[in-house]
Design a protein around this ligand. Structure first.
Ligand code: ATP
Ligand code: MG
Length: 233
């Protein structure tokens, strides 16, 4: 049975695709060594019709995990735990336009159906948030209206914090998360240019050049992957 981790936040641009691809790469690297192997135990599944994770993965040589675009495969999305030979699945989801209708917080239509199917097979949900207080409302909605009503285990992770900006926004973000009693990852994924450029450069985090800055950038994903797996036991 695969362990299914879903990256979810109604807010766009918070790092769902970045975390999906790089957590899949980090997990595959730990389990198989770097480079493509004939049978990776890791799959990244995208249900974002825009498919940015797939666009990115397609540019990577020796991708160490499987990548699947599956926004229109509702029946298969309900069975992600049963993917043959796969132990770890990371699912990239689209941001979505909020509905005021509390009875259907995911909205309706094919994208909402895909999201519902994925959440049916989810073992755990990872909610990226940026340290930008203006972006908090969609995150609150995602957690309170979607994740909690389904009774899913989840963790919030702060992504894209630039240490050069100082700690004021980071502290405020942490305070907000704690005030809401949401579980927060210890790991903060810092902002690095190398992450921003990775899709265009056709690289995943495990393939970054071996300089000091890239190794720092990579360390955040190693820590986050470890934290997720320790929490899963
Ligand atoms: N830690 C980081 N350091 C540097 N750049 C980052 C980091 N995380 C994300 N980015 C950049 O921020 C942008 C948005 O990230 P990403 O596409 O992963 O977000 P998303 O939540 O998948 O967005 P969408 O909702 O549109 O699918 C991208 O250009 C990405 O490269
Ligand atoms: Mg995305």
């Amino acid at each position: 049975m695969a362990y299914v981790e879903v990256l979810l936040n109604q807010k766009g641009g918070v790092g769902k695709s970045t975390l999906t691809v790089n957590l899949a790469a980090t997990t595959a690297d730990a389990l198989t060594g770097s480079g493509a192997s004939e049978s990776s135990p890791v799959a990244a599944v995208s249900i974002d019709p825009q498919g940015s994770a797939v666009w990115w993965a397609d540019r990577v040589d020796a991708l160490p995990f499987y990548i699947v675009q599956a926004h229109d495969e509702i029946d298969n999305l309900r069975k992600l735990r049963d993917l043959n030979g796969i132990d770890h699945v990371y699912v990239d989801t689209p941001g979505w336009i909020g509905q005021d209708d509390d009875t259907s917080p995911l909205g309706s239509g094919p994208a909402a159906d895909a999201l519902r199917a994925v959440l049916e097979s989810a073992d755990h949900v990872l909610v990226p948030i940026e340290p930008e207080p203006l972006g908090f409302d969609p995150t609150a909605r995602t957690i309170e209206k979607v994740i909690k009503p389904l009774g899913l285990d989840y963790l919030v992770v702060i992504n894209n914090w630039d240490p050069r900006d100082g700690t004021a926004d980071l502290d405020q973000t942490r305070d907000y998360i704690r005030a809401n009693n949401w579980p927060l990852a210890n790991t903060v994924v810092r902002h690095y240019k190398v992450h921003t450029r990775a899709a265009a450069d056709g690289l995943v985090v495990t393939e970054y050049p071996r300089n000091r800055v890239s190794m720092e950038a990579r360390a955040d994903f190693s820590k986050l992957a470890l934290e997720l797996k320790m929490g899963a036991r």
